[in-house]
Design a binder for this molecule. Structure first.
Ligand code: V47
Length: 372
């Protein structure tokens, strides 16, 4: 495949040609791509790699997001969702409320997955998390439980003077199937010390994931971009995920998360005033597809991209649309008010409109239903 990139830098064409052949692209070349403005050629290469890897199927899952608490000691600078425990808007859901929420979602559509995450709440004993898993499993035996980020697991382990492995084993026994990819933010400790100083460090996040994968708990991986990170940070983050994937093969998919500043400290302090541009969103998706040669699935997370841009991202390397979600809270708190849930018809039409084959999938990307 030839790329007509003379308008910019012939070096880019050469890198893209190697990427399309399936070669592993170096950090140096990744940074050249991230610094380039050659979006169309990046997109053509990413689209070709996507087609070679996973064909024309675009998947989504029927799921429900539940945020069991918003009270958090981490107080990340990029988060508009957390509350102090004294705040009247702070909450902890009871297990019954969680079960009721799932029951209602199942009456509306036959969700196959529940995605349960919260924040770092010191008031919650380990038995609460365990009981969420046990009761959900007992009441909905066929439901896939994707729950608790690496950040939460690390926090729970510390709180309980346990190891990460012990907590993960306990949760797996209680019914945990998969882990979401949140909390990764940017895997650079200097940036983390500015945007999430109270959270686990980069290697600690990676270690939790490695431990989970080795216990047979597969997970997703995310990257929060569009705040104060550099292009180099983005590339290095993506390559850290690629390195861990080489070791464990435990990542199901990569989900780039586009930062929404409204109501966050980064915004209040004037450090980030605007959401990421659509061009940058597409560039990150395309470069993720190009660099992550050992990941099958790159997600266009419509909640953060908006549905229309997520549709376009399907031509820039993405092959998955996340899910129906139910009631998203985290991006909603940061000002993205129009995109909280989706129905099957809507996602199907967006995928068909992009000339792809819509399918409903399981959490681990097995086909449940092809939609015509
Ligand atoms: O870890 C927080 C990010 C993540 C903001 O694994 C923000 O299947 C943008 O990880 N603007 C949580 N992003 C969401 C997440 C996720 C979502 C969907 C599917 C999966 C999965 C994982 O959201 C946080 C943080 O990185 N975030 N605040 C914000 N203002």
């Amino acid at each position: 495949m030839k790329f007509n990139s003379e308008k910019f830098n012939p070096e880019i064409s050469e890198i893209l040609e190697r990427a399309v052949k399936g070669e592993k692209i170096s950090e140096k070349d990744g940074i050249v791509l991230m610094n380039s403005n050659d979006l169309l050629n990046l997109g053509i290469a990413a689209d070709k790699i996507r087609k070679n890897k996973v064909g024309d199927i675009v998947s989504f899952v029927l799921n429900l997001h539940i945020n069991y608490t918003n009270i958090c000691v981490s107080k990340c600078e990029f988060c508009a969702y957390y509350k102090d425990k004294e705040d009247s808007k702070g909450y902890i859901m009871s297990i019954n409320e969680i079960l009721e929420r799932i029951k209602k979602a199942r009456q509306i559509s036959n969700i196959s997955e529940v995605h349960i995450v919260g924040s770092l709440n010191q008031e919650i004993p380990v038995e609460y998390y365990e009981n969420i898993l046990i009761e959900t499993r007992k009441n909905f035996p066929d439901l896939t439980i994707k729950a608790f980020t690496a950040t939460e697991i690390f926090f729970i382990a510390k709180q309980n003077k346990s190891t990460v492995k012990e907590i993960l084993e306990r949760f797996k026994d209680a019914g945990l199937n998969f882990m979401p990819g949140g909390g990764a933010e940017i895997l650079n400790d200097e940036i983390r010390s500015k945007i999430c100083p109270n959270k686990l460090k980069s290697d600690e996040w990676l270690n939790v994931m490695e431990t989970a994968h080795k216990l047979g708990i597969q997970s997703n991986a995310t990257m929060l971009y569009g705040h104060i990170e550099s292009n180099e940070d983005r590339v290095r983050h993506i390559l850290k995920l690629r390195d861990l994937q080489e070791k464990t093969n435990g990542f199901l998919g990569f989900i780039p998360l586009s930062f929404h500043p409204k109501g966050t400290n980064l915004n209040n302090k004037g450090l980030v005033t605007m959401p990421v541009s659509g061009i940058d969103d597409l560039k990150v998706i395309a470069i993720a597809r190009i660099l992550l040669n050992n990941f099958d699935n790159i997600r266009a997370y419509w909640v953060m991209l908006g549905k229309n841009l997520a549709q376009v991202a399907l031509h820039y390397g993405a092959n998955d649309f996340d899910g129906t979600i139910g009631n998203e809270n985290i991006t909603y708190a940061a000002g993205k008010i129009s995109e909280r849930s989706a129905d099957i018809e809507e996602l199907k039409n967006l995928i068909k409109g992009a000339n792809r084959i819509p399918i409903i999938r399981t959490t681990d990307y097995k086909i449940l239903k092809i939609l015509d």
